[in-house]
Design a protein around this ligand. Sequence first.
Ligand code: BGC
Ligand code: NOJ
Length: 826
Amino acid sequence: MQFGFFDDAAREYVITTPDTPMPWLNYLGNSAFFSLLSHRAGGYCFHTDARLRRLTRFRYNDIPADSNGRYLFVNDGGDVWSPSFAPVGATLDSYECRHGLGYTRITGTRGGVEVATLFLVPLDDPAELHQVTVTNHSDAVKELTLFSYLEFCLWDALDDQTNYQRNLSLAEVEVEGSTIYHTTEYRERRNHLAFYSVNCPIAGFDTDRDTFVGRWRPLAQAEVPHSGAPRNSLVSGWYPIGSHAITLRLEPGESRDLVFILGYAENPPEAKFVAPGVVRKDPARALLARYQTVAQVDAAMAALRGYWDSLLDGFQLRSADPLLDRSVNTWNPYQCMTTFNLSRSASGFETGIGRGMGFRDSNQDLLGIVWMLPERSRQRILDLAATQFPDGSAYHQYQPLTKRGNHALGSGFNDDPLWLIVGVCHYLKETGDWSILDEQVPFDNDPALAKPLLDHLIASYQYVVTNLGPHGLPLIGRADWNDCLNLNCFSDLPGESFQTTANRGDGRVAESVFIAGLFCYALPDLIAVLRNRPAGAGTDELALAAELEQALAAMTAAVDVAGWDGGWFRRAWDAFGEPVGSAANAEGQLYIEPQGMCVMAGLGVSDGRARRALDAVEARLASEHGIALLAPAYTSYHLELGEISSYPPGYKENGGIFCHNNPWVIIAETIAGSPERAFDYYRRITPAYREAISEVHGQEPYVYSQMIAGPEAPRHGQAKNSWLTGTAAWAYHAVTSWLLGVRPGLDGLVICPRMPSSAGDYEVTRRYRGATYHIRVIGSGTSAAGRLTVDGQPVDGEVVPVAAPGEVIEVVWSALRSPKSSVSQE
Ligand code: BGC
Ligand code: NOJ
């Protein structure tokens, strides 16, 4: 069952009913100002930091869900309704929500009146624009009053949930013409404010929630819109809102446009006021002046479209499968942008309060974004590396406002350092920007401890090899990629953190096979980087490369001895020296992560173990909804394993389909020679292919979710935690680089198609280091070996050399023994 459809030409997902299984969100904003916007106009917006600079209030765990947003009440001769359905909930004659790239348009009709609202955040301004078009489709004159409504909350969002004794005495506003300035906390330590305005004269306003809504009434029945008259209330403490009242008289067939602006402005700290108690408004007024007309909003919208078109032009697929095309060309990269911008901080499942930019998360997010945003990726890498410690370990997260490491969480997640190598090597392959390695980057955010970025990568390597356990495998620390496998934290107190309450010995026994696999995956690239620097490798680099090769051989041997269980790769060794993820265990015998990662690293590929491990995955973990993280799921709590066993079987890391690591198996299957299976796994988790079962899946059919309930859960197939997940970048990497087989390399674009033959021939247009490559793939899946031509000339191997910026290169790959290879080639 579907609740909408894809409009591929418009690059929109069209939701046709307000009654979706869950709030279906879009994200607006590109770099500093972000909005979460549901199909019912719910959600909130913030500048840079969703906790400290949140403009509007979000209500957690609310009934019904998604109960606060930027709303309209239409009073049509006493009939009150909302065009986004919420908050009034009056039946609509028609409803449609179109989520597009950085904008959303919600249209509702009732009683012959259509109200369409285009929501967007312009490329370069910290504001939400709401362009409202009201049309009278009836044959009578309509006298309407429109009431806008949103709840301000520009103070600490955590405090907002916990410190009423303070917050309920803070609220202040100034109203000037059609603009409401929310100045709460401005008198003291803030020099920024929110404002809400409309581009026309108003009949009145309200800024006090209780006055607007009325005592003991739900928002749906708010007094002011039902009475039809604004009360010009000025908030003083309690709950500040912004509401404009606008009266409209529309002839039959007539339309009117209104532009609402919800903005954010900063003033110089020393010039916050123009007179005692009077807030400086010039920056806000300057922003307002930029969006007073429909033409100005149209221009902002055109700029936004142009921006997305030019980004997405960088990789466009034309295949026989429209679901694949829409995933690859539009929605997967779109989600990659969101995960890059927000890491795991603010979504329907992340509160925006607790989590900053994750070190491992943001490094992995680079896999989905460097091709689109090389400059911003460069800056992100430098920001991340600056939160590394001199010993190579790293703060697990940094705070978006200060870019400083989060002390409360600290370090000790022992996979973290290696993801920096993965992120930087990927950046180098995409951009060829070797200069980044020479950038001076602080350790521990201390400029006095700055070293070239390359030294940070070496520190990452050293951290792992100086922290090996009894089997020569890396110590796991607080956790590795799997935050919930906590082998050094024996927690039996409710409320205690599973990750940070390390209390088991000195942590020098429990080891991770996964980190070993990641080490073997990351190191070959770092070795290649050392050997291939354009300036030439000096003796230091060559000596280092040799050292790394030895370490790689030693780690490979350690995995062979202590990481192989007989039928698959083990997961870990616990603090008692017992194996985890082994046939010897009663539960949790087989884990997905080391199967994917070790095979991606090439371990066991030449001797058949990779195949056996992947066959075990297929037999024991794969389901129609994706591949479970482990099986059998833990049925009781294990003190020695931690959070993973705290979840009921089939949820989250305890045997849920944790989508993030499905692409590792997909890539592994392309490496181990099974493209059919790889593409089959891809389709099982990719939202466009799950759209038809939206009533089961539940979450948005245009973005990946972190988890789909696993085979052992009662709600098998139901997704949770959409949007902010490493699945976006890894799925993108798996499908573009490995299945379609067009991937960046240090010395050129690698063409190595591994799509199954059933998918047919396809074409890719790929921007790479400033040149454009038109790539035709003929007969993928019929043979792994292919013949490559570049501008008609045969090329040995699989690398298309780097072309000069601006050039357009024609590439043809055709399978060597393909039945279709008779297809003529230019
Ligand atoms: C979640 C993980 C998350 C961790 C740390 C766990 O509850 O399952 O996905 O990374 O908490 O916040
Ligand atoms: C979500 C976290 O953001 C990510 O860092 C982690 O790898 C996964 N959960 C698995 O626990």
